[in-house]
Design a protein. Sequence first.
Lengths: 80, 80, 145, 145
Amino acid sequence: MKIEILAFGIAKDIVKGRSLSLDLPSGTNVGGLKAELCGRFPNFEKLKSMAIAVNEEYQTDDFSLSEKDEVVIIPPVSGG
Amino acid sequence: MKIEILAFGIAKDIVKGRSLSLDLPSGTNVGGLKAELCGRFPNFEKLKSMAIAVNEEYQTDDFSLSEKDEVVIIPPVSGG
Amino acid sequence: MITEELRMIDIQLKDTPLIPQECIDYTTSDSAGGSTIFIGTVRNKTKEKPVIRLEFEAYAPMAIAELRKIAEQAKAKWSAEKISIHHRTGVLQIGEIAVVIAVATPHRKAAFEACQYCIDTLKETVPIWKKEIFEDGEIWVAAHP
Amino acid sequence: MITEELRMIDIQLKDTPLIPQECIDYTTSDSAGGSTIFIGTVRNKTKEKPVIRLEFEAYAPMAIAELRKIAEQAKAKWSAEKISIHHRTGVLQIGEIAVVIAVATPHRKAAFEACQYCIDTLKETVPIWKKEIFEDGEIWVAAHP
C-alpha cells in the first residue's frame, strides 16, 4: 500500500521535504514504518525520540496503518 | 504617656473612629496595650486575631511603646 | 546594589482600576523566559450569598512596605528577575480586579512558586481589609473565627 | 453538555502577535475568584549563546486538538471554569510572546496547578517545533539527546 507521510521540524530536514510517499506491505504497523524510516534516513536514529501520529492522534508501534491514513512524523516537540 | 492609635477595618468600627488616644503608664508594651484595648472594647476579644504595628512594623507583645510611636491596630487582614 | 534591587520591584496601591498589562509590561524582559501572573477579581457571591460590591481599605504606607518585603523575599528565594504587585483600594464592583501579581523568572517552575508565594503571603500579612456588601448588610471578611 | 464544555475552552494558534489581555478577558468571570496566567517569551540567549530570532512550526490541526485535550484534562482535574491557550507560529523576535495560558478557577491554588499542568504538558505533547537561529547557524530545539 502507498502511504503519504508528512514531516515537521527536524524531520522535514531529514527527509528533505514536507512529505514523502512510501510503498509499504499492506498491514504495516507504526513500528514497521519507524524501522523503514530509520533504514532510509539514518539521521532519525540520532533524535531524542520519534513518534508517529495517525489521523491527528499519537499511535503506538502496534497500530496498523491503512492507505488513506494521514501519517505524520513527530520529532521531539518544543513548543511553549 | 499619651499614645495615639489608628484603627482600620473592623477595628475602626469597634472603637467607633479612625483614631483614639490612650493615656498609658510609661513603658507599656504591646501586650499591655492589647489588654487595655480589650478591656475598653470587649468586641476585640471576638476577633480571630489582633496585631499591633508600631511605626509600620508588626511588633510582638514584649515591644515597649514610646510616646511618638505610630501605633496601629491590625485586625485580621483580608487583602487580595 | 540597593537601587538596582528597587528597580526590579514595582509595588502600587491604586484607587483606580488595575490594568494587568502594566504588570506584564513591567516584568517581561528579553532575558526572562516566562512570567506568571495572578489576577484576583471580585466574585459575585460568597458561600452562595450574592455580593453587591466590595470595599478595600489599606493602611497604605505599611501595606506598601509589606508588599515590598514579600516581593523581596520571593525575588531572593526563586531568583526572580522582576516582580510587580498592584493592589486596589476603595469601592470595587463585581468582576473588578482586586490584585495583580506578575513574576518573571528564568525558569517557569520558579515563576509559579514565587507568584503563589506572593499571593498566599499577601493574604496573611499585608494590612489591607475587605468589606463585602450584601443586600442585607455588610461584613469585614475574615475578621471573626 | 459538550457544547457548554467547548464554550469554556479557547484554543488558538496564531501567526500574529499574541495579546495576553485576550486570554485574560476570555477567562475572567464574575464567578471565578482568580486567574493564573503564564506568558512564555523568546529569550535573548540559550545557554549564554545569543539568539537572533525564533521560528515556530506547528502541525496545526493536531496541535489544536492536543491543546484542547490538555485544557479539558486541566479543566476536569482542577474544576477550572475557563481556560484559554494561545500559541504563536512563524517567525518571532526576541521578547515576543510564544505562548499565553490563562486559567480561571474558583480557588487560586487550583489555578496555579492547572496553569502549570498546561504549560508542562504542552511542552511534552503538542506538535509544535521551535527553531533557534543564531549568528552562526540554527538548531531545532530539543531534537537531539
